[in-house]
Write a protein that binds this ligand. Structure first.
Ligand code: 7TS
Length: 408
């Protein structure tokens, strides 16, 4: 994979910010979009725009075919058994909320357990807190090892016969770890619990096979994997989705409507009330084509290479503390620089044209576990180069000198 060539397909990267070439190191927040995705959205609005599943006219048929075609592509991409197991949502957050509202609230009762980890993104935490409050279930946490990884002995010790749901992120947006979700799913199933995987960070970075993981639900966001904002998906095993009540009601999701009673469409449409996210889904379909052409293994390898390079270079800078394990790291490095506030670090880097994220990364409990209030984070994607990481390292040294003088 040639990142220098590939980045030419991302028009946004070819610009100056504050008089310096843009170095975009915030892809874990949202990835940039290739021409192919932008063109797919443009072509849809210029040629096919129409509502789906209702019109018999030509544009309606084209829009429906493109929308359902995108679902097929995504189903193949994550190896779902069938496209009917793919529900288009606004993103990972909505997908996880659907599982917490429509599955967990229906199956959990007093004394039942929902198992999470302390590294979860708020999107995979608060919906479960709400479900626990509503049902009387208890939240339990698999503890973290000192380096931020999860041990399977701890998983075994936490999940019990009272556990109804286990929900874990595949890849951490802060620690850069890859969690053993396949092994956790096997332990969850042994106890009769379902396994939910937050795939927001994993789907852009590695080959995902929901059948191999044997997870029951899997949530993803299109905007982190070269697709547009406002589109994502929930994968669910058919037998489970069929038993669940919809989370929203209205047009599109019904079969038969009477004044006092109604029935729902079959999967996946019973979970897609109202005019769906047509353009977004088509854009996501184009993103899937793009990722598949490059190859997920090549993307993963490139990211791991950049992460190792960044880890080595940044850890050589005195005063830089990096969080999470050194080995088996995905394409991001979360760090702090001496006592400089991460927002100040990000502001100085922005003046150098470098975009990183600073804050709690929607992981406040994890920040407390790390004993920090916030951190800086540089995250990489297929279009980033080692040269950009050199720029980051140089700019961090400059930041350190600047604040060293300011404080000293
Ligand atoms: N889960 C994880 C692991 C995430 O990293 C994110 C977004 C979400 C869920 C929520 O995804 P959404 O598309 O529904 O918003 N993470 C980040 C981040 O790390 N920086 O900005 C957003």
């Amino acid at each position: 994979m040639n990142a220098a060539e590939l980045r030419k397909q991302f028009p946004i990267l070819d610009q100056q910010v504050n008089g310096k070439p843009l170095v975009y190191l915030d892809s874990a927040a949202t990835s940039q979009k290739p021409v192919r995705v932008i063109e797919a959205l443009k072509a849809y609005y210029e040629q096919d725009n129409s509502n789906v599943h209702r019109g018999v006219h030509t544009l309606g048929t084209r829009a429906t075919d493109a929308y359902e075609g995108a679902r097929e592509k995504l189903a193949r991409f994550i190896n779902a058994r069938s496209a009917s197991e793919i529900i288009f949502t606004r993103g990972t957050t909505t997908a996880l909320n659907i599982v917490a509202s429509c599955y967990a609230r229906a199956v959990c009762g007093e004394g039942d357990e929902i198992v999470l980890t302390p590294m979860e993104h708020h999107s995979n935490l608060i919906p479960w807190q709400q479900a626990a409050k509503a049902t009387g279930a208890t939240l339990k946490y698999i503890p973290l090892q000192p380096d931020g990884t999860i041990s399977l002995e701890d998983v075994e010790a936490t999940i019990t016969s009272r556990t109804k749901v286990v929900s874990v992120m595949y890849v951490s947006n802060v620690l850069g770890v890859v969690n053993p979700v396949k092994e956790i799913a096997a332990i969850a199933h042994k106890h009769g619990a379902v396994m939910v995987v937050d795939g927001a960070q994993s789907t852009p970075q590695r080959k995902v096979d929901v059948q191999d993981l044997d997870c029951d639900f899997y949530a993803l966001s299109g905007h982190k994997m070269c697709g547009p904002t406002g589109i994502g998906a929930l994968y669910g095993k058919k037998a489970l989705l069929e038993k669940m009540e919809p989370h929203e009601f209205g047009g599109e999701m019904i079969d038969h409507v009477d004044l006092y009673e109604s029935t729902w469409k079959e999967l996946p449409w019973k979970f897609e009330a109202g005019t769906p996210i047509i353009a977004g889904a088509i854009g996501l379909g184009a993103a899937v084509d793009f990722l598949q052409e490059i190859g997920m293994d090549a993307i993963q390898q490139h990211e791991e290479q950049l992460a190792a390079y960044a880890y080595d270079n940044l850890s050589e800078i005195e005063g830089v503390a990096i969080y999470g394990p050194k080995e088996h790291r995905v394409g991001l490095v979360t760090f702090n620089l001496d006592d400089v506030h991460p927002h100040d670090v990000a502001t100085v880097l922005d003046a150098e044209g470098i975009a990183i994220r600073a804050g709690h990364h929607c992981c406040q409990p994890l920040m407390r576990w790390l004993n920090v209030s916030s951190t800086a984070r540089a995250s990489f994607y297929m279009y980033n180069t080692e040269e950009e990481i050199d720029h980051l390292a140089k700019a961090l040294i400059k930041t350190k000198e600047y604040f060293g003088h300011a404080i000293g």
